[in-house]
Ligand binder design. Structure first.
Ligand code: 5GP
Ligand code: ZN
Length: 116
């Protein structure tokens, strides 16, 4: 757990956040400022600041985050109609919380590309 990391504190239960999914390594909760009918953040319990810190040793967690995302998508009724599960890295991508997280978004048609 990193000091002063909002998502470490959420994963630790400090704010009594409702988890839509949790296991020993991953937790997921609804985004405070949803950008779609379903907008869930999937995070590892382990503190990793950005995608730039992923390496051979810690990369297994990425697959586990995607397993969580597809299970949540199914429980939200999105599996067949579709959804997006993306991670922003650093300033150009708009990362604002420096503890990696997948944005699982769906429930409406989305454009591609996602930038203006
Ligand atoms: P980023 O911009 O880093 O890719 O995404 C951070 C996300 O975290 C944003 O979508 C923002 O709305 C969400 N967020 C920031 N603070 C909180 C919080 O305290 N609780 C929840 N549930 N979401 C948060
Ligand atoms: Zn953290």
């Amino acid at each position: 757990m990193a000091d002063d990391c909002l998502f470490c504190k959420i994963a630790n239960g400090d704010f009594n956040t409702d988890f839509v999914y949790e296991n020993d390594e991953v937790v997921a909760f609804r985004d405070l400022n949803p950008q779609a009918p379903t907008h869930v953040l999937v995070i590892p319990r382990q503190h990793i600041a950005t995608l730039n810190e992923i390496d051979a040793e810690n990369s297994v967690i990425i697959g586990k985050m995607y397993i969580a995302a597809k299970e949540i998508a199914a429980s939200e009724g999105l599996a067949e109609r579709g959804y997006r599960a993306v991670m922003n890295c650093n300033a150009d991508a708009g990362q604002s919380v420096f503890h990696i997280h997948l944005h699982l978004v769906g429930g409406k048609p989305m454009g591609w590309p996602p930038w203006p």
